[in-house]
Every structure is written in structure tokens, then in C-alpha cells.
Design a protein around this ligand. Structure first.
Ligand SMILES: [Zn+2]
Length: 181
């Protein structure tokens, strides 16, 4: 059976289970999770997110890149068009043993620099091999981006593939708040 056939069967099962259940365009937790594309860190599983609870954006590493900022800007406009109230919380989740650590060599610096929209000599500031520092770097990237509303509450966490536990690196606070020591 192909992967597509497998998921189509599962979808048919889901549709039956949902029955008449309906969902609004506002996620129940008013949360947006940014995390890695890695199959081991699906927030529906590791954060226990149920259907309809959170918007999830995923990319290699779960990183704040120019493309990710553009994604957030489009979502903010969708929310505004829909008339949703502000007050969303952004959760940035990185993880141990991330595939992006394999790119932390000079050979891949040009590609990594392009991914982040930075110069090659600044690639080290993205801490590809250290998820804790990478979360801090990404929250700083959000704070320093003039497109990000200072009222947006954001947090940074790291998921440990070995233990299944999450560690809080940056507790939730508005981007415009004073930085944690
Ligand atoms: Zn990853």
C-alpha cells in the first residue's frame, strides 16, 4: 500500500469519527506553534494538540527565517480580515538531534546563509548545533523584526527526542517586554 493510500484510509476513519463536529477559524488555544518539519516532533503528538487547537507552521529546524516572517504576516492579515481579536501566543519549539545540525559545517554555510537571509560570516549566530541557543536566537530575531507586533506573546521551548520532555528556554512574554537576563 502506498503512503497516499494509507493516509486516505486514515482520513476516511477520521471523517467518520468527526461526525457533525464543527470548527471555527480561531484556534481554541489562540496559539501558533513554529517547529521543525521533523517527523518525530509533530506538535499534535508531542504537545498533545487536538484538532482545531493551534495553528502550526513547520520548516527545517523550526527557524525564524524571512519566509517564516512572511508566513506570519500573511496569517496576521487573514486574522485581521476575519476580524479576530489579537492576543495570539507564538510557541517556538526546537528539538534535540535536529537534522539541521548536519548542516553546521563551512560546506553548507552558503545555503544556510541564504535560508536565514544573512551573510555567511553570521551563520554561527544561528547556533545550528545548539537548540537552546537557537531558540534564544530565533526569539531575538522576532523581537528585532519591525514587522512583529511588540504585543505578540512568544515563548521558546526545546523538545528532547530521547526523553519526550520539553524544556522551557524562554517563558512566554510579549516581544516588546524587557529581555530575560
Ligand atoms: Zn529538526
Amino acid at each position: 500500500m502506498s503512503a497516499t493510500q494509507t493516509v486516505l484510509q486514515r482520513n476516511a476513519d477520521l471523517s467518520e469519527q468527526l461526525g457533525e463536529r464543527t470548527f471555527t477559524i480561531t484556534p481554541d488555544l489562540k496559539a501558533l506553534v513554529l517547529t521543525c518539519a521533523d517527523h518525530r516532533v509533530d506538535p499534535a503528538h508531542v504537545l498533545g494538540l487536538d484538532l482545531g487547537e493551534a495553528v502550526v507552521l513547520r520548516n527545517p529546524g523550526g527557524r525564524v527565517t524571512p519566509a517564516l516572517v512572511q508566513n506570519l504576516a500573511v496569517l496576521a492579515v487573514v486574522a485581521a480580515v476575519e476580524g479576530l481579536e489579537p492576543g495570539f501566543e507564538l510557541i517556538v519549539m526546537h528539538h534535540t538531534d535536529c537534522g539541521i545540525t548536519r548542516l553546521d559545517t563551512p560546506d553548507y554555510a552558503p545555503m544556510v546563509a541564504s535560508y536565514f537571509g544573512i551573510e555567511e560570516d553570521a551563520v554561527a549566530s544561528k547556533h545550528l548545533s545548539d537548540p537552546t541557543e537557537a531558540v534564544r536566537a530565533d526569539l531575538e530575531a522576532l523581537r528585532s523584526n519591525p514587522l512583529m507586533p511588540p504585543t505578540l506573546v512568544a515563548s521558546g521551548i526545546v523538545y528532547d527526542i530521547e526523553t519526550g520532555l520539553v524544556e522551557v528556554v524562554c517563558p512566554p512574554q510579549p516581544l516588546g517586554a524587557a529581555r530575560q537576563p
